[in-house]
Design a protein around this ligand. Structure first.
Ligand code: ZN
Ligand code: ZN
Length: 428
């Protein structure tokens, strides 16, 4: 989960405000776990008069999910593009906060001026519509906050990655790059959504029986790919699970869903011959109340799976969720349903939204920042990211931890454990 603060000249700018799921309250992974946890906002709450605004880079839970629960503590204006704002409004409505917070939908082509910070929204590619990197400009220098990104030249939904944008930054003497470390330990380049589509089509085409695909609800490109696969394999596609229905609804509302790709009501799928069914379901991490877990227990009203049907995971098993996923697999196998995890698939059926080693190197060669600050990862990822930055010619790298204060100018340095941080449980 992310909550970043940038400080300059007596003002703060917050970037992202997200949650995490099924986590304990300390970072040693000890003690009871909570359904939803958020960063402890005490530090900024105690000086919220200095907070000029919150900008949100994209609509993933780990970047936007805490806004409905923490906003009361700092009460600043919130800025996001249309898709992210639509996702946030839906979250606010669920807790009766809609209309109660100043949420500004920005045009990513224009600058957002927040106190001494000028924010430029830079198009990037990731695994959700409207992902943005931010160029945060001040009188003493510019920071590139990449947020979550990858290089995808065929992202299925949205514009391809534009390396020119980042090459241009290389001519502007960027002070620091603050960036995604999720896949810093992985060599090579990430898989394109287009390659993933090819893999899904080749995987699903020869199958008999029903096909159920588990995937992350916010990956609209993946859902579009699956709808195309359904069309090509003469299946009807339906989606099961509230978060999927919400996301598809927002995608349709904002024009991200191709009109020719029709979905059927998932409750009708049970009446179709098995070989005409393609169902996309939530719960690929084994979440107990989600659609996949209910299908694995055969207690879903919409549909019962049978021997010879298939469940495909177009997702990864996020570390920590192995037991839940194993429970799903056991349930399906007991029913004679075949399963395929992306980790064991011979063809690519999942594409990560984060940059691998070669993508990080390219970004550093383009942007040439004076300082690299890896974020969004465990210590091993941050350290690996530092090594990649160094090997790409970046002179200074800082591998910090939550609560560290990074000084960028006039003299750079890091103050360890400067700010009170931690996690709080969110009660819903
Ligand atoms: Zn993220
Ligand atoms: Zn993300």
């Amino acid at each position: 989960m992310n909550l970043n603060l940038y400080g300059h000249n007596g003002h703060w700018l917050m970037v992202d405000c997200g949650v995490s799921f099924n986590e304990p309250l300390n970072h040693h992974d000890e003690g009871p776990t909570f359904d939803m946890v958020a960063p402890d906002p005490t530090f900024i709450a105690s000086q919220s008069n200095r907070l000029t605004g919150l900008v949100i880079t994209h609509a993933h839970e780990d970047h936007v999910g805490a806004v409905p629960f923490l906003w009361q503590r700092f009460r600043c204006p919130v800025y996001a593009t249309a898709f992210t704002a639509a996702v946030l409004r839906r979250k606010l409505a669920e807790v009766n906060m809609l209309g109660k917070i100043p949420l500004y939908e920005i045009d990513p082509g224009s600058l957002t001026q927040l106190g001494p910070f000028t924010v430029k929204w830079l198009q990037i590619t990731h695994s959700i519509p409207e992902p943005f990197a931010l160029q945060i400009c001040t009188q003493v220098g510019d920071v590139l906050h990449t947020a979550d990104w990858k290089i995808d030249s065929q992202p299925i939904s949205g514009a391809p990655f534009k390396h020119r944008l980042y090459q241009q930054l290389g001519e502007q003497d960027v002070l620091a790059l603050v960036g995604d470390s999720t896949n810093a330990l992985k060599p090579g380049m990430s898989v394109s959504e287009r390659t993933c589509y090819d893999g899904l089509l080749a995987t699903i085409k020869p199958l008999k029986g029903r096909v159920v695909v588990g995937c992350f609800a916010s990956n609209i490109a993946r859902l579009i790919s699956l709808a195309r696969v359904a069309k090509q394999t003469n299946r009807y596609m339906g989606v099961l699970g509230r978060s999927l229905l919400n996301m598809v609804g927002i995608a349709k509302q904002l024009g991200y869903w191709p009109e020719e790709l029709e979905l059927v009501d998932a409750t009708h799928l049970g009446y179709l011959p098995p070989e005409e069914v393609l169902l996309v379901a939530t719960g690929s991490q084994g979440e107990n109340r989600a659609a996949l877990a209910r299908l694995a227990r055969d207690d879903h009203r919409a549909l019962s799976l049978e021997k010879g049907d298939h469940v495909i995971f177009s997702s990864i098993v996020i570390p920590g969720n192995e037991a839940g996923v194993l429970r799903l697999l056991k349930g399906f196998h007991a029913m004679g349903v075949n399963t395929l995890l992306s980790e064991e698939s011979p063809l690519p059926i999942h594409a990560s939204g984060h940059p691998c080693e070669e993508e990080l190197k390219l970004m550093y060669h383009w942007v040439k920042p004076q300082i690299a600050i890896p974020v969004h990862g465990e210590p091993a990822h941050l350290d690996a990211h530092c090594q990649i930055a160094k090997s790409s010619g970046v002179r200074k790298t800082y591998s910090g931890r939550n609560g560290d204060l990074y000084k960028l100018a006039p003299q750079s340095g890091i103050h360890r454990k400067k700010v009170r941080v931690g996690r709080i449980a969110i009660e819903r």
